[in-house]
Design a protein around this ligand. Sequence first.
Ligand SMILES: [Zn+2]
Length: 160
Amino acid sequence: MRTKELRIFVYEYDTVLELPETDQKLVFAARDASEKAYAPYSKFQVGAALLLANGEIIQGNNQENSAFTNGLCAERVALFYANANFPDVSVKALAVTAKNINGLVAGPVKPCGSCRQVLVETEARFKNPIRLILDGKKKIQIFEGVDNLLPFAFKPDSLG
Ligand SMILES: [Zn+2]
């Protein structure tokens, strides 16, 4: 029997203005995207913004449906748009934010398990870690790579 220790690094900031400029820009793009979310049922408007290697910023937001299971998270809306329109361009960073009827949530907003799995696939596809910037009113967290959010993930090489 072996015991392994898992270390996860998370970098925390109190406000968006403490972030490096590129991260700030991405958080503001995510907040802008959250304003356009289609979330009439939950009133929980999530915004995502991706930074691609070519400098493009791709926005996404949650898209709800009256048949609830047919909706899609902001992160996957952005990732699938990016992969559909820029299939050869790697994803460098993702910012995620959310607001409810009271405004920006305390946060930090955490991607759901399904979005983490798609992030794992995107990292594997482009062979580079994605910087994750999770926004919130009281705290912002940054993770360098999805392994910090989804350790022991099912990856393409798991099929072998
Ligand atoms: Zn999700």
